[in-house]
Design a protein around this ligand. Structure first.
Ligand code: PTJ
Length: 253
């Protein structure tokens, strides 16, 4: 680990980088995880590194959908696990939702590391373990087609932070409500998901927990209205507007 001075202007961002680099060295992350993280950083930078109004709206709708679900599942990959394992476990307990490991670059070694990571974060029940059964998701091949029969396979609502585009699309096609957290509003995942939260997973999961505390007191009908009235495309356009405003401001200043 490198020494990072507390008063460095980009302290938080550098700490996250160190966390990711260390997790990569420990074999938890895929080879390309740091590239994905860097892409996320770039989008976060132009979004002002804060959770914007469209993201807050999508967080509320996403949490409502999870509260209304019969079988909600949180799908965890390397990046989201390393960045937010404890908060993911807390969210899963509060909803309550099942946790399932789903890796794009799946290897038995990485799955074991993910199990360890989630157990250390307090998870008691984890699906998608190496020895677990799985049912392939229609339209996908290889390890990323895996869905646990008691988890993603029978889920009605799935939270998939930083998902790959094909998988998000296949999950939507199979009739599930897909909530994603993706800093790139133009990614295929962001574009195909049912509810897209354009924000950093590090900020989003704690905010989902905060919103959950309020929303669980709401009458069911109100949650249903909120989910039904939500227009994902419109909401994503608002995030894109924030990005273009950012550039316009830079040009005119
Ligand atoms: O652990 P695995 O094997 O499942 O692999 C995970 C990665 C993320 C490497 C894999 O799914 C992948 O290659 O993803 P992509 O296609 O690069 O997509 C990652 C998306 O997440 C990009 O659109 C990034 O902008 C976005 N992203 C990166 N970091 C964050 C993020 N979104 C939210 N929060 C972040 N911290």
């Amino acid at each position: 680990m490198h020494e990072i001075s507390l008063n460095h202007p980009r302290y938080n961002s550098l700490i996250l980088r160190e966390k990711m680099a260390k997790a990569y060295q420990e074999g938890i992350l895929a080879d390309t995880a740091l590239i994905a993280h860097g892409r996320g950083e770039a989008f976060d930078y132009i979004l002002g590194e804060k959770t914007n109004l469209p993201a807050i709206k999508a967080i509320k709708v996403g949490v409502s959908a999870m509260l209304l679900a019969e079988n909600p599942v949180i799908s965890v990959n390397g990046n989201s696990g390393v960045l937010a394992a404890e908060k993911i476990v807390e969210l899963s307990r509060l909803i309550p939702a099942t946790i399932e490991i789903n890796l794009f670059y799946r290897t038995p070694q990485r799955v074991r590391k993910m199990e360890e990571l989630l157990e250390n974060a307090g998870a008691e029940k984890i699906l998608g373990r190496q020895e677990d059964d799985y049912v392939p998701i229609a339209g996908l091949e290889g390890p990323r087609s895996r869905a646990h029969p008691e988890g993603v396979s029978r889920a009605d609502v799935v939270l998939v932070p930083l998902e790959d585009g094909d998988r998000a699309e296949a999950l939507v096609k199979s009739g599930k409500k897909v909530i994603t957290i993706d800093l790139n509003p133009l990614s295929r995942t962001a574009q195909t998901a049912s509810i897209t939260i354009v924000d950093n997973v590090v900020r989003t999961i704690p905010l989902m927990i905060q919103e959950l505390e309020k929303l669980k007191e709401y009458p069911r009908d109100q949650l249903i209205d909120m989910v039904n009235e939500f227009d994902n495309k419109k909401n994503i356009s608002k995030s894109l507007e924030m990005i273009s405003n950012h550039f316009n401001k830079e040009v005119s200043s």
